[in-house]
Design a protein around this ligand. Sequence first.
Ligand code: HEC
Length: 248
Amino acid sequence: MRRLLFAAAVALTALGLGQSARAETRTPQSFRFQSLFGTYNKASLQVGFAVYQADCASCHGLSLVHYRDLAHLGLSPQDIAAIVSHIKVQKGVDPAGKPVLAPAMARDAFKSPFPDEAAAEKKFHGAIPPDLSLIERGHRDGADFVFSLLMGYRAAPPNVTMPPHHFYNIAYPGGLIAMAPPLKPGSVTLADGKKPDVQAMAHDVAEFLAWTADPTLDQRKAVGLRIIIFLLILGALGGFAIRAGRRT
Ligand code: HEC
């Protein structure tokens, strides 16, 4: 018994230490898609994509997403054609070995901002902006993490010495991140001409990155709902059949 108590005490201490070692603080957010039957909000996804293009795409790729996938956000083939017509991607090399650039096609994957990791690492003094396609799968409650990170920049407390090229962020494990606050107020304009504030931009880009990490969530939930309705009807019919059987 004593040994058991000792083991429990060790486990509790370890848990406690784990808790205090984690410097991150999250700002809770509610996303409709996190509820049982909630789906993505297409308007949010579209704004989130615009925020990604304006404020993230210069450093982070989305290599698992293709331009044609934007149709799931409610963009028309014409909208997608207009977007890709402005994006130049490398299509092979010319006889002299120089890269040939041409407008992207809808079937192309999103363009990566750096030719390779070494180029990115050089620009960011050793840090690498990771590909964001699956970033929200890599963190517990990924959308909350990305939202909290974007809203988590603060002035460093006096007892923290800041290494060069780093910023203080209460949502990042360890508190120091090599990414400057990326959201620029006013970088995105909505269809009605208004500009979303930074908090709304953080929310929508976090939802957009939830979609890139889990694009089939809506379909799965729709199927789940249909199965539940089917089972309810089946159950009701079964009940009627049993009652009818008893009466005869
Ligand atoms: C100027 C370049 C730059 C821009 C623009 C930028 N980032 Fe970053 N980002 C970085 C770098 C560099 C890191 C790596 C930080 C580190 O290792 O300390 C990073 C890290 C991150 C991480 C943490 C990844 C992890 O799991 O540790 C997330 C999430 C992220 N960025 C999201 C975004 C989003 C969303 C945007 C747009 C709103 C954005 N970034 C814009 C450079 C950038």
